[in-house]
Structure formats: C-alpha cells, structure tokens
Design a protein around this ligand. Structure first.
Ligand SMILES: [Zn+2]
Length: 195
C-alpha cells in the first residue's frame, strides 16, 4: 500500500479527521488520529498488517510485539501476515512487562510495533523490556509516525505513514481565533462518528 492509500483508509474509517481538537497535553491541533477506528474493521486491519509485513519479510522475524493497548491489534495482524507469533507487553504498576505466559527466547528476531508513535515513549519502554531477553530487535514499525521525524530509535524504523500533526498553545491557535467549537478526543462525542 502507498502512504496515500493508507491515509485514505484512515480518513474513510474515521481514524484520521480534521477539525479543532484539545489534546490531553492541553495543546490544540487541527487533526486527530485514533487508530482503533480503522482497526475495528478486520479486513482493513489485515491490510495494514500485510503492509507492515511487506517491509520486514526479508528480516527473518520470529515474533512481533506491541505495547498494550494501542499495539495489540496491529501486532496481531502484522504477525499474521508474517506467519509468526504475536505478543504484547503491558504496564503493571508503571513498569512495562511481559505477562500472560508469553515467552521470548534469547536470539529471537523481534519486530516492535505501535499504532501511533508520538514521542516514542511506549516503544522505548518495549525496547528496554526486550533488553532483558537478549533478543535481536529487527526494527520498529507503526501505522502512523506523527512525531515529525523527532523520534530517534536505535533500530530501523519504518512507519506505514508519516504525518506531522502540529500542536499549538491555545493562545496561538488560529481555530480558537475563529471561534470554532473544540472537541476533546476520547470523550463520548467526537466528530466523524458514524451513527
Ligand atoms: Zn484552539
């Protein structure tokens, strides 16, 4: 899939929408991304998994891992396309852990996935976790890298779509100046919701 095809799929799924948003950071943005909305469609999720797998099919991956919750479904579909195990990590008392009986053997080649990379914090927590298992990290993928190229992982990083979403202080927000209604994503009503 091309980046444009992925972007179109996100828009068509209501996963990427334009408007006036207050982010959890308090900053305002004119675009918002919620990958759960595209991953709710299994056929579309499968296509995203295949697109991710295409980038890593020569890397001899043994397993895919993503941080819960955002990385769980994407890990699963990418692993399905690669024909390997799908794992997820989760935070317990603030620490990223491998639970649920998941095992990783030393020397295995691991692909790390995330739905949206913003600061790269969750991915870094997974990388830190993997250090304990003496694995080989093949690389990292994400459905969307919205960091604007600011993340700097110590492994190859091939997101499916790079998308810069500029966030500004409310006093610098042009949409506030225009008096546009603002939405807080994550609340019950968000724009683009299909009834
Ligand atoms: Zn604003």
């Amino acid at each position: 899939m091309t980046e444009q095809e992925i972007k179109d799929m996100l828009i068509d799924s209501g996963a990427l929408f334009e408007g006036h948003f207050q982010l959890t950071s308090g900053l305002h943005a004119d675009r918002y991304i919620q990958c759960a909305r595209v991953l709710q469609y299994p056929a579309r999720a499968e296509k995203l998994g295949q697109a991710a797998a295409a980038d890593w099919q020569n890397s001899d991956i043994d397993a895919v891992i993503g941080p819960a919750l955002g990385g769980v479904v994407f890990s699963y579909v990418a692993a399905a396309a690669l024909g390997v195990r799908s794992l997820f990590s989760e935070r317990k008392e603030g620490e990223m852990q491998l639970r649920r009986g998941f095992e990783i053997q030393p020397g295995e080649s691991i692909l790390v996935v995330e739905d949206v990379v913003t600061t790269g914090g969750s991915v870094q927590e997974v990388l830190d976790l993997l250090q304990d298992y003496e694995v080989e990290v093949a690389g990292i993928t994400a459905i969307v890298d919205r960091s604007g190229g600011r993340v700097d992982f110590p492994f190859p990083f091939h997101p499916l779509l790079e998308l810069e979403i500029e966030a500004v202080e409310p006093e610098d927000c042009p949409q506030c100046d225009q008096g546009l209604e603002i939405y807080s994503p994550g609340s019950k009503s968000t724009p683009g919701q299909r009834s």
